[in-house]
Design a protein. Structure first.
Length: 160
């Protein structure tokens, strides 16, 4: 019996098994990554829906939101607090979505509508007034992003 031939055959078989295992693991990792992205999108959209539901369930908060979006300074003190707390929460959700997007964990197409909400918010001077007072609550990358959104809204205004 040729032990060298048997040993060489065993090494080849082992190498083939290792390569097949690596392909299998790569496929599993890719599927796991896709699943993680899907979950991240679902979670982000669900968080935004929860925030909208919160607003929808409270007619007084809806009034404060629309009045504050136009003119934050005209709100009474308690209304300013409610407006500020609501926007802080909403903007932190946007901040997380931006982070996840930049990390490649969210597909931009899946969350594009969420960015439109930011533009809508910044169309109001009241939101801008709140932002100028509250921007330091957010990381610098998100601050820069919001500045770009404001510039985009301003550009649309200039073209109309």
């Amino acid at each position: 019996m040729n032990w060298d031939l048997i040993g060489a055959t065993g090494e080849w078989a082992g190498a083939i098994v290792v390569v097949a295992t690596l392909f299998y693991l790569a496929r599993q990792i890719r599927q796991n990554t896709e699943t993680s992205r899907d979950i991240a999108v679902q979670t982000a959209v669900s968080d935004f829906a929860h925030g909208t539901d919160e607003l929808n369930r409270d007619p007084e908060l809806v009034r404060i939101w629309f009045e504050g979006r136009k003119d934050f300074r005209s709100l009474k003190q308690l209304e300013k607090q409610r407006f500020a707390l609501y926007l802080t929460s909403a903007f932190h959700r946007h901040e997380l979505v931006l982070y996840l997007s930049r990390q490649g964990k969210l597909d931009e197409m899946a969350v594009g509508g969420l960015w439109a909400q930011m533009e809508y918010a910044f169309e109001g001077q009241g939101t801008r007034d709140w932002w100028s007072q509250s921007r330091n609550l957010f990381n610098s990358e998100f601050q820069a992003y919001c500045d770009l959104v404001i510039s985009k809204v301003d550009g649309r205004r200039a073209n109309t």
